[in-house]
Write a protein that binds this ligand. Structure first.
Ligand code: HSE
Length: 433
């Protein structure tokens, strides 16, 4: 293609016209001058499941493709933007088709990158084309570029934060309004903050996809979603939110990745965070992230993790990188040089914990619980018993000093067998950040 005066025209094919896809088309329509690196962007074609669905943007003048693979392979597509979603199926097929045809790919698809990132990175690098996914993690808040580009001069030890806005919104509402999980989720769905099928969000899987990607970028290892330990927020009870607050904590869904001498530990679970900690203060649907580098120390970023406008801005930033000619390794190092991801057994991890027991209100119960913990080598840090008028039992809550998770779980098993303990104790971790 000859380069016209004013620079090259980049023909962008956009597959997936949901919230983010419509946001990208809206952005490009509003910003015909968008050219941070010179040149010009035009939309050459679009693809989605339904052509006629009502959308906030007019697509009648754009070439339509029923099949995103055909759009990816079209000779009129210079940059393929994949906003279809899903780890497999049409999204993966179309991204592979674009890369095989030597075309740069921009995607917001965290499931695809977390589950197939290593093979797609190898394909992109073999073809010498960029595969960019800033919008896949934290929406418009630039975590991906920060780790991939700005922090390559450091060795990152850990990343941890709130990576799912839906869960953060639900936990914040439970805390502020005193609602139970199921009621707050139903209200969030009614208001459009949660999907009709919320499992990817509330089950912790969306956050796990994102932290898997950040771990690969931070540590230069191949993404390994299967190794992530995942617990969602479905089991977070209002009583835990209230008791945690009495102890000086807020419950957040924290996703973390730590590099240790033994390997990498990637986890997502509800976590107690001190009330004055920046993660505790990131309320509503906000996302927030700590990055800890050996030389740089701690960095904290916070911002919107979803939404059409912010996510479209992240997609546009990746398009700008393609236009600038930037071709970097897809993760922190070339695909062939990524270290294998050696998962650390979570049972070996050490940390403080919150335990809630429902017990019969009778003499000697607290002594029996604390003796069992002492025999197992678990040291109690604080203890709280609420006078509750409930025939079902009374909750007692304690926090522990640092302890190996395997030791703690063995102690919990023994406590669960005590005659005065009514059901299995609830374990929540306390943040180490
Ligand atoms: N559903 C995600 C969230 C946004 O609630 O944060 C897209 O990843």
């Amino acid at each position: 293609m000859s380069v016209p005066p004013g620079g090259r025209v980049w023909r962008v094919g956009v597959a997936g016209l949901g919230n983010v896809g419509a946001g990208v088309l809206g952005f490009l329509a509003e910003r015909p001058d968008f050219a941070p690196a010179g040149g010009r962007v035009v939309v050459s074609g679009v693809s989605a499941r339904s052509r006629s669905r009502p959308r906030p943007v007019n697509i009648s003048g754009l070439a339509w493709f029923d099949d995103p693979v055909a759009l990816a392979a079209s000779p009129d597509t210079d940059i393929f933007v994949e906003l279809v979603g899903g780890s497999d199926g049409p999204a993966k097929a179309a991204v592979e088709a674009a890369l095989k045809a030597g075309k740069p790919v921009v995607t917001a698809n965290k499931a695809l990158i977390a589950e197939h990132g290593a093979e797609l990175a190898a394909l992109a690098e073999e073809q010498g084309v960029p595969l960019l996914f800033e919008a896949a993690v934290m929406g418009g808040t630039p975590a991906v570029k920060m780790l991939r580009e700005a922090m390559v001069g450091d060795e990152v030890r850990s990343v941890a934060g709130i990576l799912n806005g839906t869960c953060n919104y639900i936990l914040t509402e439970m805390q502020n309004k005193g609602g139970a999980f199921a009621d707050v989720l139903a209200e969030a769905q009614r208001l459009g903050y949660a999907e009709a099928d919320p499992i990817m969000d509330v089950g912790g899987f969306d956050a796990a996809h994102k932290i898997t990607i950040l771990a690969a970028l931070a540590f230069g290892c191949a993404p390994n979603y299967a190794a992530a330990e995942i617990e969602g927020i479905e089991q977070v009870a209002l009583v835990d939110i209230q008791l945690a607050k009495d102890l000086g904590y807020r419950i957040k869904l924290v996703a973390s990745a730590d590099r240790t001498e033994d390997g990498v530990l990637v986890r997502v679970h509800p976590t107690l965070v001190p009330l004055d900690h920046p993660l505790a203060l990131a309320g509503g649907a906000l996302n927030a992230l700590f990055i800890e580098g050996t030389r740089i120390g701690r960095i904290f970023i916070q911002g919107p993790g979803a939404g059409s406008g912010p996510t479209a801005a992240a997609v546009a930033a990746d398009i700008a990188d393609v236009m600038a000619g930037a071709v970097r390794p897809v993760f922190q190092a070339p695909a062939r040089a990524l270290s294998p991801f050696t998962p650390v057994d979570p049972a070996r991890s050490i940390g403080r914990a919150y335990l809630r027991f429902l017990v019969r209100d009778e003499p000697g119960v607290i002594a029996a619980v604390s003796e069992t913990l002492a025999e197992a080598g678990v040291s109690i840090e604080s203890f709280l018993q609420k006078p509750v008028e409930d025939a079902a039992g009374v909750p007692i809550v304690l926090t522990t000093h640092s302890v190996a998770e395997s030791v703690l779980k063995a102690a919990i098993d023994r406590i669960a067998e005590l005659p005065a303990v009514i059901d299995r104790p609830r374990l929540l971790r306390i943040a180490r950040i």
